[in-house]
Design a protein around this ligand. Structure first.
Ligand code: GDP
Ligand code: MN
Length: 420
C-alpha cells in the first residue's frame, strides 16, 4: 500500500495525524518572534521588555536603554523564521553592554544554521534585544488544529525549551491536552486543569489561566494555524512570561487581516515558493529528484505516493489548480526546472476544467522556450485527451506517455535513475 511516507517534517504534525501532510500543503504565513510577541502582548500575555533592531547601532541603543532601566542582563536573539536558534548560536545572554555589543556583532549578518533551516542556514538581518528573565521553570504552551479530532487542541508540557516533536515521540504522556469544543470555545476550567497539570504554584495559577485564555483568543482572532510558546517561563518571584513565540497563520484567511499580511517577510521564504505564489500555484519544495506537475491537491498527493511506490522520490508538491492557464503552466515549468535536484519531470493531469489540449500546448511551448533537456513523462486523461496527445506527437519534442498512473510512474522513476 502506498503510504504518506513523503511527509516532510511539519510543526503541525505533533498530533500525529497522517493527513497532516495535506495541512502542510495549505500555505501558511510565518512571522518573526518579535512580531508574534507584539500580538501576544495585545492579548494580555506578558513578554519581556525589548525591541527589534535592524543594525548594530540600533541593537546597542536598545541594550543601553534596557540597562538604564534596571535590566540585569539582555538577551540577543536572531530573528529568523526557524526554530532551534538557541542551539545554533543565535540566542546569547549578555551581562553588560560590552557583551551585548560582542554578541550583536557576532549574530547580526551571520548565516544561522538550525535543524529547521537546512544545511545552508538562514541569514540574520534582524535582532530582538530583550531584558533577561530570572528563569525558574521552562514550560511549553501551544495550540494546533487536531484534524483527527476535528478540534483545536491546547497543549501544555513541563518540558519547555525542548522540541515538542521529541517530547511527543519519547514521552507522549508528558504533553497535557485540552480539546476545545468549537461550539463553546476554550473554557476557563480547562485552562485551570492545564495550569494544575503543569504543577504551577497557587500564586501563579490565575495569571496562567488569564494568559492561556488570551493565547486562545489570539489564535482564533488572527486565524492562526499554530501558536507555540516555547519556553513559557516562571520566575523566582512567581511571574510568568512568554520567552519565545511562534505563530503561523492560515494563508487562505489573510485576505481579511490586512495588518497581519504586512508582517510577511518574503526574504525568509523559499524563493521558489514565493515565485509560485505570484502565479497562484500551490508549490511546496521537497527533497527528491522527480518534479511533479499535477492538477488538484488530491491527485498531487496520489502522484507523490505513486512515485514513492515505484521506488522514486518527489522533488515537490505542485498543484497547478483546476483551471490553470498557459501562463501558469509555463511559470510552473520554470519553477520546477529551477530546482537543481530535478532529474525528470512527471506531468499527471486529469483534464476537467483544465483541458488536456491546453495543457499540451503549454507544455510544448514551455519545453521549447526553456530548452528543457530533462526527460518528461506524462499521464493524461480527460477532456480533449486525443487532441492533447496529437499536439505532443506533432511537437517534434521527446515525451514519454504512460498508459496508466503506475506505468507513467515506473517510466519516470527509471528516467530519473538513469539521468537523461
Ligand atoms: P529557539 O531556540 O529558536 O527556540 O529560541 P528561544 O527563544 O526559545 O531561546 C532558546 C533558549 O534560550 C530558551 O529555551 C532559554 O533557555 C534561553 N533563553 C532565551 N531567553 C532567555 C533569557 O532571557 N534568559 C535566559 N537565562 N535564557 C534565555
Ligand atoms: Mn523556543
Amino acid at each position: 500500500m502506498p503510504t504518506f511516507s513523503t511527509v516532510p517534517t511539519v510543526r503541525e504534525s505533533a498530533c500525529g495525524n497522517p493527513f497532516d501532510f495535506f495541512l502542510s500543503t495549505w500555505k501558511k504565513m510565518k512571522i518573526h518572534e518579535y512580531q508574534a510577541k507584539d500580538i501576544l502582548a495585545k492579548y494580555g500575555v506578558a513578554v519581556p521588555r525589548g525591541e527589534v533592531a535592524n543594525t548594530l547601532d540600533e541593537a546597542l541603543d536598545v541594550a543601553k536603554k534596557l540597562f538604564a532601566n534596571g535590566a540585569n542582563g539582555v538577551v540577543v536573539k536572531a530573528q529568523i523564521h526557524a526554530g532551534g536558534r538557541g542551539k545554533g548560536g543565535g540566542v546569547k545572554v549578555a551581562k553588560n553592554i560590552e557583551e551585548a555589543e560582542q554578541y550583536a556583532k557576532q549574530i547580526l549578518g551571520m548565516q544561522l544554521i538550525t535543524h529547521q533551516t537546512g544545511p545552508q542556514g538562514q541569514k540574520v538581518s534582524r535582532l530582538l534585544i530583550e531584558e533577561t528573565a530570572a528563569i525558574d521553570r521552562e514550560l511549553y504552551l501551544g495550540i494546533v488544529l487536531d484534524r483527527a479530532a476535528a478540534k483545536l487542541v491546547f497543549m501544555a508540557s513541563k518540558a519547555g525549551g525542548m522540541e515538542i516533536e521529541e517530547v511527543a515521540a519519547e514521552d507522549p504522556d508528558a504533553i497535557f491536552k485540552a480539546y476545545i469544543d468549537p461550539a463553546v470555545g476554550f473554557q476557563p476550567y480547562q485552562a485551570r486543569q492545564l495550569a494544575f497539570a503543569l504543577g504551577l504554584k497557587p500564586a501563579q495559577i490565575n495569571q496562567a489561566v488569564a494568559f492561556m485564555l488570551g493565547i486562545y483568543k489570539a489564535y482564533v482572532e488572527t486565524d492562526a494555524s499554530l501558536l507555540e510558546i516555547n519556553p513559557f517561563i516562571t520566575t523566582k518571584d512567581d511571574k510568568l512570561f512568554a520567552l519565545d513565540c511562534k505563530i503561523n497563520f492560515d494563508d487562505n484567511a489573510m485576505f481579511r487581516h490586512k495588518q497581519l499580511k504586512e508582517l510577511r517577510d518574503v526574504a525568509e521564504e523559499d524563493p521558489l515558493e514565493v515565485e509560485a505564489s505570484k502565479f497562484a500555484l500551490n508549490y511546496i519544495k521537497l527533497d527528491g529528484n522527480i518534479a511533479c506537475m499535477v492538477n488538484g491537491a488530491g491527485l498531487a498527493m496520489a502522484t507523490m505516493d505513486i512515485i514513492q511506490y515505484a521506488g522514486g522520490s518527489p522533488a515537490n508538491f505542485l498543484d497547478v489548480g483546476g483551471g490553470a492557464n498557459q501562463q501558469q503552466i509555463e511559470a510552473a515549468f520554470a519553477i520546477l526546472l529551477a530546482d537543481k535536484n530535478v532529474q525528470a519531470i512527471f506531468i499527471n493531469i486529469f483534464g476537467g476544467i483544465l483541458r488536456v489540449d491546453v495543457l499540451a500546448t503549454a507544455v510544448v511551448a514551455a519545453a521549447k522556450n526553456l530548452n528543457v533537456t530533462l526527460p518528461i513523462v506524462l499521464r493524461l486523461e480527460g477532456t480533449n485527451v486525443e487532441e492533447g496527445r496529437k499536439i505532443l506527437e506533432e511537437s517534434g519534442l521527446k515525451f514519454s506517455v504512460g498508459t496508466t498512473m503506475k506505468d507513467a510512474a515506473d517510466i519516470v522513476v527509471a528516467a530519473a535513475k538513469g539521468g537523461k
